[in-house]
Design a protein. Structure first.
Ligand SMILES: [Mg+2]
Length: 126
């Protein structure tokens, strides 16, 4: 039986991925990382039963976070997986678009690691 305690961090900036990973490990989540949307969908397909949340960068080459989110929300068996989008602060339209596509939350870059930790707890408890 697999624990349902995994979080995917998907961002094309390696520094962001390792920073977020460092913080989330403090809360004992199992962390899976990737640098593009295609990989994120592959991890989801293989491990969706153990995944509670995906932190998804919007601005990525090839497959954007929005496209990944659209795919996730089109499949019923991903229904209980939360999605938080990483957006750049000035991009208000990202938040609107994310809402329409079914995102559960937003984190604007730059962010504070501890705020991110408590925000994730909040989203997971909703
Ligand atoms: Mg990016």
């Amino acid at each position: 039986m697999s624990d349902k305690n995994s979080i995917i961090i998907c961002d094309d900036e390696p520094d962001i991925v390792s920073l977020v990973q460092k913080f989330l490990q403090l809360d004992n989540y199992k962390i899976l990382t990737c640098s593009n949307g295609k990989e994120a969908l592959k991890i989801l397909e293989e491990k969706y039963e153990e995944i509670v949340l995906i932190l998804l960068d919007v601005m990525m080459p090839a497959l954007s976070g929005f496209e990944v989110l659209r795919t996730i929300r089109s499949k019923d068996f991903y229904n209980n997986i939360k999605v938080i989008l990483f957006t750049v602060k000035s991009f208000k339209e990202d938040i609107e678009k994310g809402k329409e596509l079914g995102a559960d939350g937003y984190v604007t870059k730059p962010f504070s690691g501890n705020e991110l930790r408590s925000y994730i707890k909040e989203v997971l408890n909703n």
